[in-house]
Design a protein around this ligand. Structure first.
Ligand code: CTP
Ligand code: MG
Length: 399
């Protein structure tokens, strides 16, 4: 057996935030950019850099999902990674990561998972620039003209040549960083980033050139930018999307509230079924599986899988998305229409579309509803009939 050298560098990837500003229905680290979530892209960059101990700080309850992404990104070096649970603030999350450092580590990088497309060359450059007593941060020049404001008034100019925008990873000598964190814990002070905390303990921080691709995904517009960057490479001529169709019918019946299109509908008669009877979600699953040639819903979620009894749309769709990703497909969009007299859908359409979209990693999902003029079983109010179509792309070709 070959023993690989133990690295002297550790990278703490903080991914425990909730992503309030992104507002994508899931913790930010698990929101999809393409077929892969933000955390996976961040970890791909980390593992493409020189070997380091990698500590992922995950939101409470999402440690298992973080472990899955870590293992996938680590490839052959799964011994290098570990997941710990984060805290209520970024600073607490970093502290949780620091507590998991190996004894041999002398240089610590702290990196936002939200900077998902950070090039590995920037990570290596930060490591190279850290010294025994100096921290290092990547920065970009400020390009906008800056003003001081007070309420509605502009009260002064700011010389932007004195300013720089800070990015991550930020690198530090371990001992000084640990004592700076201990001092912050003792004083109860909260700092805007690790460099500020480190400097407050009296240590020097230098900066190196940052990278445009290391921008932080904070808002929905940032996510669009990341998606555009990933799809910027020209698609080969053979990039042919695939479509799939799915239908589902459920009769009204049983106890409790209706679940349809990922939402609970208090006071509406439920649909009967093995799971929650959500015919919209089920038709979407069949459309996606069909498009990717992966069989159908009965095969993956049927009565032979008791773990899906009573499960809601999020569970079905997230699993379907994973099945497609594993088979090398990314989802383009999904459109579903249900026929039924009830529920009255339009007032909750955007809520339903958001829930279904978030469960599929943020891809566009549209849902429409129609009555059948009193004809057929939907018209007689006996049940609901749904048709869905989905478009998917082979991932290599979608890039
Ligand atoms: N972070 C963390 N623990 C927290 C808060 C933030 O690990 N308690 C991480 C985030 O996961 C992210 C990085 O710190 O990778 C930068 O934070 P930010 O971009 O603000 O992410 P969120 O806090 O998730 O987003 P928001 O502020 O919009 O809720
Ligand atoms: Mg935050």
């Amino acid at each position: 057996m070959t023993l690989l050298p133990v690295p002297h560098v550790a990278i703490i990837v903080v991914a425990a935030g909730s992503g309030t500003r992104l507002d994508a229905g899931a913790p930010k680290a698990f929101v999809g950019i393409d077929s892969r979530p933000i955390l996976r892209h961040a970890l791909d960059g980390v593992f493409a850099a020189a070997p380091a101990q990698v500590i992922v700080v995950a939101p409470a309850g999402f440690e298992g999902d973080a472990e899955t992404e870590l293992l996938a990104a680590a490839g052959g070096r799964s011994d290098l990674g570990r997941v710990v649970t984060g805290g209520g603030t970024r600073q607490q999350s970093v502290a949780a990561g620091l507590a998991a450092l190996w004894g041999d580590v002398t240089t610590v990088l702290v990196h936002d998972a939200a900077r998902a497309l950070t090039p590995s060359s920037l990570i290596d450059a930060v490591v190279a620039a850290v010294t025994d007593d100096t921290g290092v941060i990547p920065t970009l020049p400020v390009v906008d003209t800056l003003k001081k404001v007070d309420g509605g008034a502009v009260v002064g100019a700011v010389d932007r040549s004195e300013l720089a925008a800070a990015q991550t990873p930020q690198g530090f000598p371990r001992g000084h960083l640990e004592s700076a964190y201990a001092a912050a814990l003792a004083s109860g002070a909260e700092y805007t980033d690790d460099a500020a905390l480190f400097a407050a303990a009296g240590h020097a921080v230098r900066h190196i050139d940052g990278a445009a691709r290391a921008f932080k995904i904070t808002t929905p517009a940032d996510l669009v930018r990341a998606r555009q960057l990933l799809s910027a490479a020209p698609a080969p001529a053979a990039a042919i999307p695939r479509v799939g169709i799915g239908t589902d019918v459920h009769a009204f019946g049983g106890e409790g509230n209706l679940w349809l299109a990922g939402l609970e509908w208090p006071g509406e008669q439920p649909l009967s079924g093995h799971s929650d009877g959500d015919a919209v979600a089920h038709a979407i699953v069949d459309a996606l599986l069909g498009a990717a040639g992966l069989g159908d819903i009965g095969e993956h979620f049927g009565t032979a899988h008791p773990e899906y009894a009573g499960a809601h749309a999020e569970v079905f769709l997230a699993r379907t998305r994973n099945l497609l990703a594993d088979a090398g497909f990314t989802i383009g969009n999904v459109s579903a229409q249900f026929q039924g007299n009830r529920p009255r859908f339009s007032a909750r359409r955007s809520e339903a579309e958001q829930v279904l979209s978030a469960a599929l990693g943020g891809v566009p999902v549209s849902v429409t509803a129609t009555t059948t003029d009193g004809l057929g079983f939907p018209g007689r109010g006996e049940g609901i009939s749904v048709t869905a179509v989905a478009m998917v792309y082979p991932v290599e070709q979608a890039r």
